[in-house]
Ligand binder design. Sequence first.
Ligand code: FES
Length: 242
Amino acid sequence: MSDQVSSTPVDAPRRATVQPWSGPAHLSPERVEEARRLISLYPEPRSALIPLCHLAQGQDGWLTPEAMVDIAGLVGVTPTEVLGTASFYDMLHTEAVGSHVVAVCTNIACLLGGAAALLEHAEVSLGINVGGTTADGVITLEEAECLADCDRVPCVQVNHRFVGAQTPESFDRLVEDLRSGARSEEIPGHGTLNRVRRTVGLQVDPDQVASERAEAAAAQAERAAAAVAAKSAAEGSGGGTS
Ligand code: FES
């Protein structure tokens, strides 16, 4: 056997050329303004990444690559980091979905309550497999883990709103309603969060946030100074005892 080492060079890591971000190009001015307000609530801009993903998903119904570029620029990370984070969460969709994401829970309580038969019916009646979207772009079918509504089985959610236990018959009526828009008030298009629609309720005062941050920074500096002083004192008193 030859002990010659191959002369083939190891590939250097290849990096996509990152274009300098020149400002939001995809998110609407209103969403950008809201994004900046959200960022101001956190000590670090990148901490607002998830809320910004929801904000963008509310605009497009899913998290588009263009939106991820804007989010990355706004919080100071790369689009790949946005994708890497967003793809971890079930509520964030990094591929196009229908205007209504219908989730059927197949966890144990729902399974015992007929979830498998309901899911099979859904696939047949919609003409798609789990994960697919109907040709009219209205329904994306998902299989979900426990949705925490185990006393109403099999549990179904549409755009993360509970719609109660469903039978195959009621499921078909639900789909008809979604297609006709009969439940659009109760179940808005995918990506619309309740808190985005809220106009009253808990609001954080930016001045209060700034003052709390200043207090926290001062307390941290005080603790650091005390730790340095304690260390110096310990070194001073213990220097000749070894
Ligand atoms: S098992 Fe289906 S909601 Fe809990």
